[in-house]
Write a protein that binds this ligand. Structure first.
Ligand SMILES: [Zn+2]
Length: 83
C-alpha cells in the first residue's frame, strides 16, 4: 500500500483494540466505542453499520432502530421499577 510500517502497526493496534471492544458486548468506560451498538448491528443487520465512528449512522438514519430499541429498554426498566 505504500504506507510506512509504523503507520501500518499503529492502524493494526487501534483496529484490533476497536474490534475487540466492539465485539465484547460491553459498554466499557473510557473508550470511544460501545459494544452494545455493534451487538445490535449483528442482531439487526440493517442498523448501526459503524463500529468506530457512529456519526454516519446518525447522518444516514441507520441508528433509528437502535434508538427505538434503547427507548423500549428504558421504558421497560421504568415499568419494572414502578412495580
Ligand atoms: Zn462485528
Amino acid at each position: 500500500m505504500g504506507s510506512h510500517a509504523v503507520v501500518f502497526y499503529i492502524f493494526m493496534i487501534i483496529n484490533l483494540y476497536e474490534t475487540t471492544i466492539a465485539h465484547s458486548g460491553y459498554d466499557l468506560p473510557y473508550t470511544f466505542f460501545d459494544g452494545k451498538d455493534h451487538a445490535f448491528h449483528h442482531s439487526h443487520i440493517d442498523s448501526m453499520y459503524g463500529s468506530f465512528f457512529l456519526i454516519m449512522d446518525k447522518i444516514l438514519g441507520t441508528d433509528k432502530k437502535f434508538k427505538e430499541h434503547l427507548a423500549r429498554q428504558e421504558k421497560k426498566k421504568l415499568a419494572e421499577k414502578s412495580q
